[in-house]
Design a protein around this ligand. Structure first.
Ligand code: HMG
Ligand code: MG
Length: 355
């Protein structure tokens, strides 16, 4: 399907079309679903009690062995804004120099960057360690990729709360980030927050506006955009409406991920709607950890265990071990002193204990 940009918020941000990837129908027909594990970032960022760096690294090391191929490892944000992410630089340096073994799978470690300063911090670590964005494996080291995520929002109120600027300003901010990332061959993921409901402006977020911002991020050079139901207010009919708007804006499913928080328990329903629509990339968090510090009351992402269970039950594949993921969900919930929010995870462990 050809990319048909419909409307541009900031037409000056258009990247040359030659830099864009184009979807092919054969890729859309795939039964493979790629899960982006956001637990170590989205899952932990809202925890009040400081989590030791060692626990975060242990979590990432365990996740790397499950078959998952993309792990959000942290955020290069000011500690004043998100204190829990203050150890990201150390975590990043560790993952670059001593990547966890990962069963011959190349793992992409992804870091959120809210502005150019965030990316400069990441690049400084990459330069000082001499590890490139695509680091091949060796006899002693696993192959890794370093990626970034940048973020915009679909409502002005959330943009102000989360990034202290307007939507237009946030898109301006993104331009130099993408430019620097490209010089370092760093893959860029974009996020569009509050796509199905805003904590400040309510559930009626315009699907056309979400699609416009998504298209703008892709045109600016993002390799993939994750459209996020930050508040979990999304319902099946509204997810259908959003997916139709994204399609009408010419956005290919291969360029699209969905990121469902499960506040109202609708994440799996909305996932099935999106799977039927052809989307094959979903974000989730082990144990259902998480929430957004700037979306009060929003709970964690859909749990990775529940997502894997649902996808496998449909005869589709993730390449991830549900059993291993369930063990990790139970372990990290215990470490954080919180209830394991994954029903499939708990059921899987219960079943295993009876064998
Ligand atoms: P600001 O206060 O307007 O920034 O915040 P500033 O440029 O005026 O700088 C203020 C101070 O911060 C300065 O230091 C800067 O140097 C420093 P001072 O001069 O006062 O000593 N600074 C930095 N330090 C370290 N790293 C940086 C950095 N940038 C500036 N990168 C800013 C603007 C964008 C930085 C802030 O609003 C911010 O960090 N926002 C991010 C908040 C956040 O992380 N939210 C959660 C992640 S998004 C999310 O969870 C949603 C998602 O999951 C999808 C979904 O579910 O919706 C992705
Ligand atoms: Mg989120």
């Amino acid at each position: 399907m050809a990319f048909r940009p419909r409307l541009r918020l900031l037409s000056t941000f258009r990247a040359p079309l030659s830099t864009r990837r184009f979807a092919t129908e054969s890729r859309l027909a795939s039964d493979h679903v790629r899960i982006v594990e956001v637990g170590p970032r989205d899952g932990l960022q809202n925890e009040k009690k400081a989590i030791p760096k060692e626990t975060k690294l242990e979590l990432i090391e365990k996740l790397a062995k499950t078959g998952v191929t993309t792990i959000e490892a942290g955020s290069f944000v000011p500690a004043k804004w998100v204190p829990q992410m203050a150890s990201t630089a150390e975590i990043c340096e560790h993952l670059l120099t001593s990547p966890p073994s990962s069963q011959n799978t190349t793992i992409a470690y992804n870091y959120l960057v809210p502005n150019i300063k965030g990316l400069e911090s990441l690049v400084k670590i990459m330069d000082s360690t001499g590890v490139p964005a695509h680091a091949p494996g060796s006899a002693t080291k696993a192959a890794t990729t370093t990626e970034i995520s940048l973020f915009a929002a679909a409502t002005e109120a959330f943009s102000k709360a989360n990034t202290n600027c307007t939507i237009a300003e946030s898109l301006e901010r993104i331009k130099p980030i993408v430019a620097l990332a490209k010089t370092k061959d760093i893959r860029v993921r974009g996020y569009v927050s509050v796509a199905l409901g805003c904590p400040y402006e309510g559930p009626e977020v315009s699907p056309t506006k979400v699609a416009d911002i998504t298209a703008t991020l892709l045109e600016m050079g993002a390799d993939e955009v994750s459209v996020a139901d930050t508040t979990g207010m999304g319902t099946a009919p509204r997810t259908v409406e959003l997916l139709k708007a994204l399609k009408a804006a010419g956005i290919a499913n291969t360029d699209l991920a969905l990121h469902f928080h499960d506040t109202y328990g609708q994440a799996l329903v909305n996932t099935i709607v999106a799977l039927e629509h052809g989307v094959r990339i979903f974000d989730s968090s082990v144990g259902g950890l998480g929430g957004c510090p700037y979306s009060k009351g929003a709970t964690g992402n859909v749990s990775t265990e529940d997502l894997i269970h649902t996808i496998h039950s449909l005869g589709m594949h993730t390449g991830i071990s549900l059993e291993e993921m369930s063990q990790i969900g139970s372990w990290i919930s215990g470490e954080l002193g919180r209830i394991n929010d994954s029903r499939a995870g708990k059921a899987t462990l219960g079943r295993l204990s009876k064998i």
